[in-house]
Design a protein around this ligand. Structure first.
Ligand SMILES: C[S@@+](CC[C@H](N)C(=O)[O-])C[C@H]1O[C@@H](n2cnc3c(N)ncnc32)[C@H](O)[C@@H]1O
Length: 212
């Protein structure tokens, strides 16, 4: 039987899916920031490792700029810097999540920006984008991909997790629409995996697309 701390992990995670606006999800993560990594560690959170593994198939280590979209507390930068990607820029909707990430000193820059709104970057600025745990219910809308494509140079890769409970079907439509518009091309997809294997089943896949 689950003890109280397990219930707390589940509640925190699943409450985030009920947000109905960028303001609501920002407040939610601002309140969670201090405990986020403890709770996610308790549920065996797998998205950052899955996204980093997929990214390393297609993006060679080196100094080119990688945008970590929805960086949160910076788990992705800890992984990517250790694996030879030292030039990481992070964005997130929640200032308090970004403050935890800033303490790690792994990002070249961190900015508060919201996926689904215009991003304050030039066209073609990044060689790659990583995004873990962000394209899911109550979080970034699928329209957020339009700006990620704009800020990634031609030939660059966009690698992200997609929640399969929420975005079944809808994500495929968005991916195909961007492909039909000549914006990106499908490169790779993982098998389905459980993003919280120590507590319940939250099925997901990791995708890689290449900007055209
Ligand atoms: C589950 S956490 C993932 C954080 C980090 N990528 C990780 O794997 O630990 C989701 C993150 O997405 C951010 N977020 C939610 N909606 C967003 C949006 N529309 N634009 C930017 N960030 C958003 C939240 O603030 C939170 O930091």
């Amino acid at each position: 039987m689950a003890d109280d701390s397990e219930h707390k992990n589940t509640q925190q995670l699943r409450k985030a899916y009920t947000a109905r606006s960028a303001e609501e999800i920002r407040e939610y993560y601002d309140q969670w920031a201090a405990d986020y990594e403890t709770h996610m560690g308790n549920v065996g959170y797998t998205h950052p490792a899955m996204v980093a593994a997929m990214l390393s198939r297609y993006v060679p280590p080196g100094d080119e700029a990688v945008l970590d979209a929805g960086a949160g507390t910076g788990i992705m930068a800890e992984i990517l810097t250790a694996m030879g990607y030292p030039n990481i820029v992070g964005i997130d909707n929640s200032p308090k999540m970004l403050a935890v990430a800033a303490n790690k000193k792994k990002y070249r820059e961190l900015h508060q920006m919201t996926l689904g709104e215009p991003l304050g970057f030039a066209d073609d600025q990044f060689a790659a984008v990583s995004s873990a745990g962000v394209f899911t219910e109550g979080h970034a809308p699928l329209s957020g991909f339009d700006e990620l494509v704009r800020v990634t140079r031609a030939g660059g890769h966009i690698v992200f997790s997609v929640s399969r409970t929420y975005l079944e079907g809808l994500f495929e439509e968005k991916g195909k629409a961007l492909e039909a518009a000549g914006q990106w091309r499908f490169v790779d997809a993982s098998e389905r995996y459980n993003s919280t294997p120590l507590e319940g089943e939250l099925p997901a896949q990791v995708y890689a697309f290449q900007v055209v």
